[in-house]
Design a protein around this ligand. Structure first.
Ligand SMILES: CC(C)(COP(=O)(O)OP(=O)(O)OC[C@H]1O[C@@H](n2cnc3c(N)ncnc32)[C@H](O)[C@@H]1OP(=O)(O)O)[C@@H](O)C(=O)NCCC(=O)NCCS
Length: 201
């Protein structure tokens, strides 16, 4: 049986692990639905907001010495302005919201309950920060996208089971280069929100 361990890293403790987190993101987000074709430099740049933050948490899933998954969060006010502006434009409070960055798990480690634990760790951290809400966003893709694998299972059911509600009116737009593309193109992402004072499901 695998000996999986979840490590909690905050602020500067993230720095020695940037390589591991960056590689996991590049590896997992290359697949549908993200199709992200990025570089390790882009990753280090993106992850700076976590390593320099006083409100961030990264949880690394370790199988012995091997990093097999990672999840991130920080206060929405410290997240990339592209995430914050969706909330500001909708007149929503950004101060009491914890932004959940990503959950990435190597395929052979899925279905073991780690994804659920990633939410539990980040929601506990959000409560410690005094936040009343957690929010994340997921890329919008049409159901008939040509690169959607036939066995792909949408995560909407998983997120609903964790207590999240989709907010189609709250969207962020980001640019990235996709596999099989030469230029960055714009993508929209839709937010999902959980009120932390709602009874846990
Ligand atoms: C998202 C992710 C981290 C989930 O991790 P995971 O460890 O496989 O999830 P869990 O094992 O905790 O799944 C929990 C439950 O959700 C269920 N579930 C998993 N995927 C589901 C889906 N697509 N729809 C409905 N339920 C789903 C599982 O059956 C399990 O339920 P159970 O405990 O009642 O059997 C993993 O799938 C992943 O890395 N995906 C690729 C990256 C990605 O899309 N990340 C999300 C956006 S950042």
């Amino acid at each position: 049986m695998m000996k999986l361990q979840l490590l909690k890293l905050k602020g500067p403790d993230i720095i020695p692990n940037l390589d591991k987190i960056g590689h996991l993101r590049l590896n997992v987000f290359r697949d549908y639905p993200y199709l992200y074709d990025g570089t390790l430099e882009d990753e280090f740049d993106y992850l700076k907001s976590y390593s320099s933050s006083e409100t961030s948490l990264v949880v690394l899933a370790m199988d012995g010495e091997k990093a097999v998954g990672a999840t991130t969060c920080l206060k929405l006010n410290e997240a990339d302005s592209g995430f914050r502006s969706a909330f500001q434009e909708a007149g929503r409070n950004t101060d009491s919201t914890c932004y959940l960055g990503e959950s990435v798990l190597l395929a052979s480690y899925r279905g073991l309950g780690i994804g659920k634990q990633f939410f539990q760790y980040r929601e506990a951290h959000a409560r410690d920060l005094g936040c009343t809400m957690t929010a994340f966003c997921a890329v919008d893709r049409p159901k008939n996208h040509p690169l959607r694998p036939s066995e792909y299972r949408e995560l909407d059911g998983f997120w609903q089971a964790q207590g999240y509600v989709k907010h189609p009116e709250l969207k962020a737009t980001f640019m990235w280069k996709e596999v099989q593309q030469t230029e960055e193109t714009a993508k929209t992402l839709t937010f999902w929100i959980k009120e932390l004072n709602s009874p846990s499901l």
